[in-house]
Design a protein around this ligand. Structure first.
Ligand SMILES: [Zn+2]
Length: 262
């Protein structure tokens, strides 16, 4: 027995060293995306606890298939996170919400803003996030991949097997989203620039209001003064993950064996 143990030891040592190297390679590729993936997921599901579970699962999947995804892992990682998050929402039971922590979803990241003045425009950030919250989770998550996480429609389409269709869907979402927010801004901040608009705002008729702004030269001119709501959505500061989660996911640990015989 002793002889066997002595002979096996160096092999185990080598295996441990190569696993450590593999873990290091994994961490250097995947760790830089961790915060953004957490932010992406928590904004889809709206709560920390399920977001933590989903992020853990996404990185476990990444580790079990590593290094299959090659070096360009962002598109795979985010689209996998999207699938896991939408799945989790589908099977989620109602919760009483007692353990909910407040999420700070409308802070603005000064490095990403299209216009420096909006950093102080809390009402705009809130309006933009409210509009994002009313999108279906399928549409929001696709839109966020593009405007918050900088994935191109082609990269998303390739991962989701929807080549060519993502661009169109994103363009439609963006158009409806920007119009919805900008029309609200025009109504709230520029109603006195046009008599017709002022009357419709007083009547609270959203449908007529939208029709008016689309047709009225003066109101259309006003809409151009506002920054793109999609860009504001892209500049909302990431929600920070729980500090222990990164330590748990990216610690050096032996790879879980997928097949008992190996
Ligand atoms: Zn008008």
């Amino acid at each position: 027995m002793e002889a066997v143990a002595a002979a096996a030891a160096p092999v185990e040592g080598r295996e441990a060293r190569s696993l450590a190297g593999e873990r290091e390679a994994f961490n250097s590729l995947y760790r830089p995306h961790f915060e953004a993936v957490y932010d992406f997921v928590v904004r889809i599901v709206g709560e920390r606890e399920p977001a933590t579970k989903i992020v853990r699962r996404v990185f476990a999947l990444a580790w079990s298939t590593f290094p299959e995804q090659g070096n360009d892992v962002a598109a795979w990682l985010f689209t996998t996170a999207r699938i896991c998050a939408l799945d989790a929402l589908r099977y989620r039971r109602d919760r009483n919400g007692a353990d909910r922590e407040p999420l700070h979803l409308t802070r603005v990241n000064g490095d990403r803003v299209p216009d420096a003045t909006i950093v102080f425009d809390r009402a705009l950030a809130e309006l933009v996030w409210d509009a994002a919250s009313t999108l279906s989770r399928e549409d929001y998550s696709l839109f966020a991949l593009h405007v918050r996480h900088d994935l191109s429609p082609d990269a998303i389409g390739e991962q989701l097997g929807l080549n060519g269709r993502v661009s169109l869907r994103l363009a439609r979402t963006r158009e409806a989203f920007d119009e919805h927010v900008i029309f609200r801004l025009v109504a709230a901040r520029a109603r006195h620039t046009c008599g017709g608009l002022d009357v419709l705002v007083a009547r609270h008729d959203e449908h007529e209001l939208a029709k008016h702004i689309r047709r009225c030269t003066r109101c259309r001119e006003t809409t151009r003064a506002f920054v793109s709501p999609a860009a504001v959505l892209g500049s909302l500061a990431p929600v920070a993950p729980p500090p222990a989660l990164a330590r748990e996911i990216f610690k050096s640990r032996p790879r879980r064996r997928l097949f008992g015989i190996l």
